[in-house]
Design a binder for this molecule. Structure first.
Ligand SMILES: C[S@@+](CC[C@H](N)C(=O)[O-])C[C@H]1O[C@@H](n2cnc3c(N)ncnc32)[C@H](O)[C@@H]1O
Length: 208
């Protein structure tokens, strides 16, 4: 859908995003930004897995005044973010020795001037799905990367997806969980909409 090369785009939101620690690549951020700019008209944009705010900046910066991205994260990090893990970042270590990214997340969102475009739920994804009311038009899934975890997130949020909704899985091709779940969704009738890097956008089947 984009056709634009993220390396050639000069946008304040993309400059900000590059300063936030995380793994979302510019091409992936651009895809999220374009989808949020379009999908917000049909319902709520929701991200599962916010970490320090990199993807939140891509999504929330595309929303108009009065709309807020719902960011869901325990802010305690996944297994790979814990001390000794492959993706541990020392700056996320709280004084009590636990990983906590909520303060960093809030700081990065505020620095980007996006406080009024973000609503934060610090809780597990499944608890958030049980509490959520309304219609989701864009669901970005980037929380637990284990197959069981991604599957559970998709199952829990599936009832909230309205007609025309789009699901974006991050790390497709890089991690087994999202890769197998993308195949599951395609087999279930979702259609491939667009891809930027490892971010794969899939459209909910019509009439489902
Ligand atoms: C890969 S990071 C997200 C990166 C983020 N999207 C970005 O662009 O920087 C995964 C995040 O998911 C969160 N997480 C893992 N399992 C979760 C769960 N079951 N519910 C909510 N958050 C979860 C972790 O705390 C971590 O911050």
């Amino acid at each position: 859908m984009t056709g634009r090369n993220a390396t050639e785009i000069a946008a304040p939101w993309l400059d900000r995003l590059r300063r936030v620690p995380g793994w979302l690549e510019p091409a992936e951020a651009l895809l999220l930004h374009e989808l949020a700019g379009r999908q917000h008209r049909a319902g709520r944009c929701v991200e599962l897995g916010s970490y320090q705010g990199r993807s939140a900046l891509a999504l929330a910066s595309a929303l108009p005044a009065g709309q807020r991205l719902l960011c869901v994260d325990t802010f305690a990090g996944s297994a790979e973010h814990q001390p000794g893990g492959a993706f541990f970042e020392p700056s996320t270590l709280a004084p009590d020795g636990t990983v906590s990214t909520l303060g960093l997340f809030r700081r990065h969102v505020a620095a980007a001037g996006l406080d009024d475009r973000v609503e934060t739920w610090a809780m597990p994804s499944l608890a958030a799905a049980a509490r959520f009311e309304g219609r989701v038009s864009l669901l970005f899934v980037d929380a637990d990367h284990a197959y069981a975890g991604v599957s559970a997130d998709l199952a829990a949020w599936r009832p909230h997806l309205g007609p025309g909704a789009v699901v974006v899985l991050h790390d497709v091709g890089d991690w087994e969980g999202p890769t197998r779940c993308a195949a599951d969704l395609l087999a279930a009738g979702f259609s491939r909409l667009a891809q930027g890097g490892t971010a794969l956008a899939l459209a909910v089947p019509a009439g489902a």
